[in-house]
Write a protein that binds this ligand. Sequence first.
Ligand code: KG4
Ligand code: ZN
Length: 371
Amino acid sequence: MSHTPQTVRLLGIETSCDETSAAVVRGVQHPGGPAGEPSGALEQVTLESLVILSQDVHRLFGGVVPEIASRQHLTGIVPAVDTALREAGVSMADIDAVAVTHAPGLVGALLVGTSYAKGLALAHGKPVVPVHHMEGHLFATLLEHPEAAPPFTALLVSGGHTLLLDVPAWGSYRLLGQTRDDAVGEAFDKVAKLLGLPYPGGRPIEQLAATAESPPHGHPHWFARPMLRKRAVVTDADYYDCSFSGLKTAVLYAVRAAEKDGSLDAQRASIARGFQDAVIETLSEKVYRAAKAHRRGRIVLGGGVACNGALQQALRDRFAARGGTVFAPTPRLSTDNAAMIAAAGLYRFGRGEFAAPGMTATASLPIPGLS
Ligand code: KG4
Ligand code: ZN
């Protein structure tokens, strides 16, 4: 392997849930130490194109229907990849490898992406780089903020995951805390359903909550902050963990009470605000504890819930005094997309981590390098 930095260009493919996405990303790779070992060090990670086909059909069902998702990926994958290559002004000859999400997610949906990636790569004599979807979310911010590189504290909040990580280096992820029941995005979606709001519920709740006052302590819409105790110490089992199912039940009771006296329309915004306040206060405190304990000055957010402006603001306020910087991707890169898969793929490519011919899709798998 040469010791001069190389420009590498990857095609990324993401089909793990309900977005069919393809992207072209380029970066400068430093091929490592004196012995020639790959370091995976990355610079100038640049987005050349990004196509996201969102499957709106699932709104009709109030959640993702796996069989429909797979079929829509099948019809969307070819135009998504062709458009991403065309918009980047490149052909497969200019691509060094195909990065594809192989886990976790809906198996049928993932299989469309992995099968297509393998076929395309084989036809053009390129390697395939398998990428873990959640590692992709960790790399999304780097596409817009080159400073969002390790060491940092990471909060990954999506429809399926809630992970609080310490990241001393790319590829080294220490799991500090996670949810014990529902993922944060799932809680937003379920509460939205209770309130009669559309799916996915995160954005409608944020918009509605912004129209209401913050319910003060003692107000019927002030909900107990889950797993947040004043005198918590780091040795407590719930110091970093979260839980959202109790909060969801508290919201259910508030909705029932409002329905009983016919005041749900008048109280909907206040309930949404009370719910969002409780989620944000819990997450902010957990992230603050993690950053403080590991002396991290950078906080990186990822996943669909990272779009939430109130969450971003609360974290910025919380860290302002400590001088911590909070990085969050724009909504296009927060939710599922292939650019983040290609960016994480660049790192894995630099380490020579290519897929075996038998690579397949896996519904559930820990992030590589998780400890
Ligand atoms: O990362 P993502 O696009 O897909 C998964 O991998 O799950 O995350 C989707 C989740 C949904 O639960 C959605 O309601 C939530 O992200 N979400 C939000 C916001 N925008 C999307 N949650 C809170 N506030 C938002 N603005
Ligand atoms: Zn995701």
